[in-house]
Design a protein around this ligand. Sequence first.
Ligand SMILES: O=C(O)c1cc(=O)[nH]c(=O)n1[C@@H]1O[C@H](COP(=O)(O)O)[C@@H](O)[C@H]1O
Length: 242
Amino acid sequence: MKRPIIALDLPSRQAIDDFLSHFPKDESLYLKVGMELYYQEGPAIVRYLKELGHDIFLDLKMHDIPNTVERAMKGIAGLGIKLTNIHAAGGKEMMVAAVRGLETGKPSAQTRPQLIAVTQLTSTSDEQVKEEQLIPVGVSESAKHYARLTHESGVDGVVCSALEVEAIKKATASDFICLTPGIRPKGTEIGDQKRVVTPEMAYTIGSDLIVVGRPITQAENPYEVYLTIKKEWNGEKSDANT
Ligand SMILES: O=C(O)c1cc(=O)[nH]c(=O)n1[C@@H]1O[C@H](COP(=O)(O)O)[C@@H](O)[C@H]1O
């Protein structure tokens, strides 16, 4: 069964321990360590979660000059993470440098962590793309364009909304990874996200990976919500839908 990636947008190791106490100890999870947690706890938190048996997506969304990104990627390549990310808006040269950094930094016995690039954040609307970024073609076309550049740069996939997966796979390749945040089970708060789908829709559309944060981390019973989302995303009817 495919596992939804849980976004650990929490401030400390103590908060993580409290959150994980809701899950069975022997259940291996796919966890996302993002800026909030990494900036407080550093690489030690990645090592700690790995020791507990979990897989890690290190979400640092790098976007800088090629040399800086290459060297930063080289530094995190040995942490044993499964996946990490950059912003496609950094450009092809930066994306190529990011791949090179991971390749040169990884210990020889390990495989290179997968790399994906954010196209347009799922918190960005069509209006914002047109009015703030001055991209007249709008959010879907812009995401597709960034996906093409990402593919051409030798990066493994993109972060996008599930709403763009079909067009992106057509424009790139069917095995080009599409990771989709902005997942909201029916009846949950959308918050700052703009381009959202339910876990069931993400399954039907064909997202390769989904990321879910607040609907799980803020739930009264996180494990129950996690299992419901996991079922829906694997194409099984959840109790919530029967
Ligand atoms: O790269 C990401 O993970 C990401 C990209 C994006 O376009 N949108 C997005 O929401 N994310 C991350 O996915 C998570 C979504 O969290 P929730 O909105 O709480 O489910 C957050 O940790 C975001 O940082």
